[in-house]
Design a protein around this ligand. Structure first.
Ligand code: GDP
Length: 498
């Protein structure tokens, strides 16, 4: 595998490293070039011309406002001014901070980017060491890294930061102080948007259109979110027209386009992906990705999940049909006029933290192959980490390898409630088969039927209780149905674009 020149995080206001960053970014993002070629040969969905023009405009803005720019320095100076409304700043930012696993993170980064597109902000990321080597720089000739000596770098995920800077706390304080109910006491230069799973009703006020004008004047927004909150943006009247222009026909491919635009694996990760793909998946006629995420093996024994997976792929979806029945097909070779038997081969990629699923499936299909007298089904895996690790670069790289390999499959079976699976099928642009929820009570140690169901959309689910919009359907945009479902297939009260 090729080695990626490490992408350096910049120092605020330049400092001699610009060249290093640009050179590593510019000359070495192999995945971006190769994915472009691979995908353009089969991707049916194309981004709209308006989305493309907004992306182009964004790139110019990013370059103009990036951490090497004078505008960035000007905006940074606002952070030390406490009570004055900012001078006319041409650059405003949304800074993404990490929460939870890689799937969660990729979903919230893409949502932040959509918000940045809608509000003319610049997206910067506060990656820790566990993420800096995962992706290529997404924006041409620029960087998205928050400078490593920046004032709140690495500090924004503390309870104190939330208490001091979060929009929710600010709105709550205002409500408590009756006389200041309607207006902010001053234009803050920094506010945190607390939109992770543990947010509260005050934090959710971010999703009211009426709150947005307050935020417009704030140069620095710091986001804490582990969620794909894009569906909420579609429910906000203030953004609806713009979103309809960006995604005129198809609301199912929002993450698909944004995720593909933003996330190109670094050369190191890409080397692992292509090495594995070429060795095991490329030659097969069909690639089936099985994403088996088990949140608790104590609650749901592996044997039960395995039966469920087998029921899903063989019975419910009939993705895999017994090899001796129909995977061996007969075709006629037209030139010679003679009959020739060809074998349709299937590669199954098993992505899971736990090794036993691969072991069992491999054993099972090996026996089938022996009976069929040919390798009709091959079972493969890249790794099995056994436990989820937070803060490890190599662990995250392996996760990204699995996500990308899944996204290069032709059919996907995913686990319910897993953002890891959402990212894989979203990048692939596939509607997955979703396994039935694994929360099976002890007395019901049997596979629930159906073992899996076809999803309703290619989009990820926002795993929030949507209480604000649930109870206020009138807030939805008049004059047309909002293309959002209120309960995801795998998450009651979740939201999903369809
Ligand atoms: P979620 O918890 O399923 O919603 O997905 P996340 O990606 O947010 O968090 C799960 C984390 O566990 C991943 O980021 C990986 O670190 C790890 N993980 C889970 N499933 C897999 C897998 O199939 N392969 C690898 N390599 N890591 C996994």
């Amino acid at each position: 595998s090729s080695i990626n020149p490490t992408i350096q995080q910049p120092v605020a206001g330049g400092g001699g490293e610009e060249e290093e960053v640009l050179s590593s970014e510019q000359y070495s993002c192999v995945s971006r070039q190769q994915l472009h070629i691979i995908r353009s040969s089969y991707s049916s969905s194309k981004p709209s011309p308006f989305l493309l023009s907004r992306l182009k405009e964004y790139e110019q803005r990013h370059k103009r406002c990036d951490p090497f720019s004078e505008s960035f320095n000007r905006s940074s100076r606002e952070l030390i001014r406490v009570q004055n409304s900012p001078d006319s700043l041409d650059c405003r930012y949304i800074v993404w901070t990490p929460v939870n696993g890689l799937g969660n993170r990729m979903l919230s980064i893409s949502s932040s980017f959509l918000y940045a597109l809608l509000t003319n902000r610049v997206l910067l990321v506060d990656f820790g060491p566990d993420m800096v080597d995962l992706f290529c720089e997404p924006f041409h000739n620029s960087t998205w890294f928050l400078p490593r000596d920046f004032t709140f770098k690495g500090r924004a995920n503390t309870p104190e930061f939330r208490e001091t800077y979060s929009l929710g706390k600010l709105l709550r304080r205002e409500e408590e102080e009756e006389e200041q109910k309607k207006e902010m006491p001053y234009v803050a230069s920094l506010l945190q948007l607390f939109l992770s799973y543990d947010n509260d009703d005050y934090d959710k006020l971010f999703f009211k259109s009426e709150t947005q004008p307050l935020l417009e004047k704030v140069p620095w927004l710091v986001l804490r979110s582990d969620q794909y909150f894009a569906p909420y943006l579609f429910l906000m009247p203030c953004f609806r027209a713009e979103l309809d222009r960006m995604f005129p026909d198809d609301k199912e491919t929002v993450f698909h386009h944004l995720g593909r635009y933003l996330f190109s694996p670094s050369n190191q990760v890409w080397g692992h992906i292509t090495g594995f793909y070429d060795a095991y998946l490329a030659k097969a006629d069909r690639r089936i990705g099985l994403q088996i995420r088990v949140f608790s093996l104590d609650k749901t024994p592996a044997s039960l999940i395995l039966s469920q997976v087998i029921n899903c792929i063989q019975e419910e979806s009939r993705i895999i049909i017994l090899p001796n029945a129909t995977t061996t097909t007969t075709t006629t070779a037209s030139s010679s006029g003679r009959n020739r038997t060809t074998t349709t081969t299937t590669a199954i990629l098993v992505a899971s933290l736990f090794g036993q699923f691969y072991t069992e499936l491999n054993k099972m299909y090996k026996e089938w192959n022996e009976k069929a007298g040919a390798t009709v089904v091959g079972v493969y895996r890249t790794n099995h980490e056994e436990i989820q690790v937070l803060g490890s670069s190599s662990h995250n790289m392996k996760a990204l390898v699995d996500i990308y390999l899944l996204s290069m499959c032709d059919v996907l079976v995913t686990s319910p409630r897993s953002t890891f699976g959402y990212v894989a099928h979203g990048l692939a642009g596939l509607t997955p088969w979703i396994l039935q929820s694994q929360d099976i009570e002890d007395e019901e140690q049997r596979v629930k039927e159906p073992a899996c169901r076809r999803g309703v959309s290619k989009e990820p689910c926002l795993q929030f209780h949507a209480n604000y919009y649930d109870t206020n359907p009138d807030h939805r945009e008049p004059g047309g149905p909002v293309p959002v479902i209120m309960d995801c297939e795998d998450f009651q009260y979740g939201l999903k674009l369809v």
